[in-house]
Write a protein that binds this ligand. Structure first.
Ligand SMILES: [Mg+2]
Length: 349
């Protein structure tokens, strides 16, 4: 898990700031028609013609958002892009460009940043977005990555958090809780490694959930699926903090309530078995775990035939009047108020 890094490494100082940016960004092609000018001037120039531009930024800080003792730098680069593209897809917009800014301490050699950029490059290639700018600077301690993602959409297509109506269906993509349980496995193996550095962790049984943590995918395919099905979500948000807090965002912004059905929450079998192993309630993991980067949206019931039977989409509840509040309807049919920090407040009797 933790490789020995004793090979010859190149000091960042030997390149200088501009040399470093040139070196890291020289192999990024520009594919978007909207990119008029990418890296190489004081600013990028973009042209979205008659479309609206959507912009989102995220900041990832070593020790707060990621732990390099089990997060390979290539995966980190990939994930940092995914986190941002996910927000663009959550607006029902097409992601088109990113900028990448780094603050990095000199404990990182050039080769480490090359790994990070290899992950960024892979993400831009698979998701077809252009890298059009950014900055690098030195940091006293760890690594800080800030990515800005830019996208385009026709005004009528943009989906806000505020459009959900009473009786709309509440729908989630994919399955939930994997990223959180993957993190539990990685944290446990890190502790084992500290005690016995010769231990070889067997992560095979956990490959799905570990991948959900280390290499999540943003749901570009869902954005494309909506177009194909001619489905029009009324409100949408991406699931970065856990289902519970995202539902509360939709309810608050749309001024509606919600009934979420515990038995409908989509869980992968490996999440269920990991929850049993770690003695954690799988519903709590889905509600509060976070980092799954799935999409949560509401849909007018009239549109249900368009999504019915789609393996990517699960109806987990419906929206209610604002004064009814937001609740989890448990398997034994009791109604429990949803809270953003679900851990203790969901203790079942
Ligand atoms: Mg978001």
């Amino acid at each position: 898990m933790l490789e020995n890094k004793n090979q010859d490494k190149t000091d960042l100082e030997s390149l200088g700031e501009f040399g470093l940016i040139d070196h890291l960004t020289k192999h990024f092609p520009l594919n978007q028609k909207s990119t008029i000018k990418g890296i190489g001037d004081d600013a990028a120039v973009l042209d979205f013609k008659d479309k609206k531009t959507v912009v989102s930024t995220d900041l990832l800080v070593e020790g707060v958002h990621f732990d390099l003792s089990y997060m390979p730098l290539k995966h980190l680069g990939y994930k940092a892009v995914m986190v941002n593209l996910s927000d663009i897809y959550a607006m029902n917009a097409k992601a088109t460009q990113i900028t990448v800014s780094l603050a990095v301490s000199n404990r990182f050699p050039l080769e480490a940043l090359e790994e990070l950029y290899a992950g960024i490059a892979l993400a831009t290639k698979i998701y077809n977005v252009d890298l059009v700018g950014g900055d690098t600077t030195s940091s006293q301690t760890g690594l800080i990555i800030s990515i800005t993602a830019i996208g385009e959409a026709i005004a009528e297509d943009i989906v806000y958090r505020s459009g959900a109506k009473e009786n709309d269906l509440l729908v989630v993509t994919g399955d939930l809780g994997g990223a959180y349980m993957g993190l539990q496995v990685l944290e446990r193996e890190k502790e084992v490694y500290k005690v016995n550095p010769n231990s070889q962790p067997d992560l095979e049984p956990y490959s799905y959930i570990v991948e959900r943590q280390l290499k999540p995918e943003a749901r570009k395919d869902i954005f494309e699926l909506f177009k194909k099905l001619e489905a029009h979500p009324t409100a949408m948000i991406d699931i970065s903090d856990g289902l519970s807090s995202e539902i509360l965002h939709l309810c608050k912004n749309s001024k509606v309530g919600c009934n979420l059905y515990e038995e409908k929450i989509p869980l992968d079998p490996t999440v269920i078995s990991a929850c049993e192993e770690f003695k954690i309630d799988s519903t709590l993991v889905a509600l509060s775990g976070g980092e799954d980067y799935e999409l949560l949206f509401t849909l007018d019931q009239k549109e249900f035939p368009k999504i019915k039977g789609n393996p990517n989409l699960t109806v987990v509840g419906h929206m209610t009047a604002d004064n009814e509040g937001a609740h989890l309807v448990s398997r034994n049919n009791s109604k429990i108020p949803l809270t953003a920090q679900g851990w203790n407040s969901f203790a079942k009797t």
